[in-house]
Design a protein around this ligand. Sequence first.
Ligand code: ADP
Length: 740
Amino acid sequence: MSDHYVKVKVQLEQMKSFEQDEEEKRGEDAEEPVLVSSPPASLSPESSSITISGTDASRASMTCKHRGKSRMKLGKDDKKSSGKHMSEVSLHGSAVSAHTEKNLNRLHIKGTGKILQGKSETNGNYVTIHHESSKSTQDTRREEGFKTRRRRPVTVDTSKAKTSLEALKISIKQLKWKEFPLGRRAACDIYWHGVSFHDNENIVSGQVNKFPGMVEMLRKINLSRAMRTMQEVFPEEYDFYPRSWILPEEYQQFSSQIRMVKDNDATVNTTFIVKPDGGSQGDGIYLIRDPSDLKLMTGSQAKQAVVQEYIQKPLLIDKLKFDIRLYVLIKSLEPLEIYIAKEGLTRFCTEPYQEPSQKNLSHVFMHLTNYSLNVHSGNFVHSDSQNTGSKRTLSSVLYRLAAKGVDIKRVWSDIIALVIKTVIAVAPELKVYYQADIPPGKPGPTCFQILGFDILLMKNLKPVLLEVNSNPSMRIEHEQEVAPGVFEYVPSPVDEEVKVGVIRDTLRLMDPSHRKPTIPQLRAGGGEHGEEIPMEAESQERSRDEIGALPSLCLKQVYPKYTKQFSFLRLVERIAALFIRFLGVKGNMRLGPTAFRTFIRTCKLSTSNFTMASVDILYIDITRRWSGATPESREAGMGLQAFVEAFFYLAGRRFKSLARREQVLSLLELCEAQLGPQSAVEDRRSVSCSRALPRAVKTQTMCLTNPQLGSPAPLRRAASQEYRLHQRLKPRTLRANVEN
Ligand code: ADP
């Protein structure tokens, strides 16, 4: 498809959607009430499903859930008796209007995916009616007279979608939702951003497909730090992330550790991979075998990078190294909900693999699996088939491994564990960003996000996390030389198969008419305690899919499904909850010295051995060391990572005899016991504070704590300056993990 053609197509669609928008606005008030049947009395409520949604935020939404089993049974009956009385009918709520009569005759044959008369409407909302005949059902409907409004389709603002646009358009079309390619004056239900939460600044409702702070959090340095924190407390659980050092900060540690290993055993020849912090698509990556080969400077500036142990023995297929791209949906942070796409991609190198040697260190087509690099190798194979070529589906690779006797169930469950643990590692900081951008009580959208996990399988089948992309490429075309020197984007069936499924099913899961009432977000001490565990997603999915024309969801819920196995890892989230609680003024991301003192006092952590003066020194010491560690930490005050370090230090002092994990847990329990549940008064105060004033004014007004009171002189000076700086970090232009 030529660029020109695409542009013209987009323009036409934009014009059309604007007209529709106007029409819709004109018609919105004129929506007719329509009748929707409640399930016939002969059926138990458990075996019927009704979802009705209105036109605005307060739309009525009723869901009587099917039980998987009873539905399956009905399905079988349907098969046997299609054409007899008991047949299942799948209807889209909005279709239950003037067209009802017709629609009621649509027969969905279970198990076959076939619908006998036309297609049922599928925006994920259905009215399922078991009826003896269409006529009698209509009668029942009239008798019961259950009124609702005609549902408008879910609206999606795609104006910032960038390279996801093609896949997004196809998904919206399949769902029969409504696209606004140029944006819309009225609010949309869903906003699809190409890069970050801040792509569009003025969203006050609906759902955005990016979390604030995700780009920053998944930069290589921040991800490595978050993993390291977890490794400190749960070393065995987090051994799937290769040993990493942060440059330039940890250059000395890195070189002395490597030298020590070499001095002990001269035959050891470990290889390291160096990755620039904000890099993506293999840019600037190189392998080294000696610390002296590090390129530490760009001009006069020290390069921010991660140097990481290189996995020397990856699993090979056809003698080639490959990695897995897995799509993961964070549906919600609070409560934590994670979904994994059952299908992913595998990206193959284009030169047969050899273990690293001084000779082959620079062979990128042998060592780096990035599509963007290998596509330029003469050996890259574009293939329409999903199980050949340089990019294949994950399932085709797993089948192939299974055929060789590999226990792929085990591999898959290890991958799920890796994903859940990684999300648990980054969630604490994400919550800090979230409350700063969308403080509780302030109108704002909710967020979800698709992440791209890059995973390498080692020869012994252990999965290793390479990185997480906040903006995985959702392109469904690839550039190809169609004639000598002439390049064009041509469809890539493998990409389309996987990516359209992921986007469409993400939208289905985010369908606003399926949302449960929101749970109060991000309260201190939240997370673990009293967290609501939503109903089993799969049964929810099943009940929708069995009646619709869409394939079953390709996204599988893994959390809270596996809460029991993983919730004990959510310790740092609890530390983050304390941190957020003491931030005081909503919108902040950094703790001032007074707030830190308040934390120590409230939790009764100072003793005759650890006076408030020592507390101040600890604060200054840690914040000084962290300032300059990352671009964000140049701001004054104590960020979460520094607070966690202080917390670990305090835990170590207080519970000397315990192991690290127990130290941290004991201190947490002590603090939480001192604090008790956050008081409603405190909540109201902070909420009204954040509502009443613009953020800059708020921070200076100091609703909760006044740093000028009771702080020693040097801290007072720092405090007044700090309270000016403690405003939410301005969104920066970020280049990180963006594959577009
Ligand atoms: P980028 O964001 O630039 O793609 P990655 O961290 O994904 O950076 O690394 C690029 C490629 O390098 C990976 O796709 C993988 O093939 C290889 N790679 C990265 N880290 C390691 C590692 N620790 N061991 C072996 N190979 C690695």
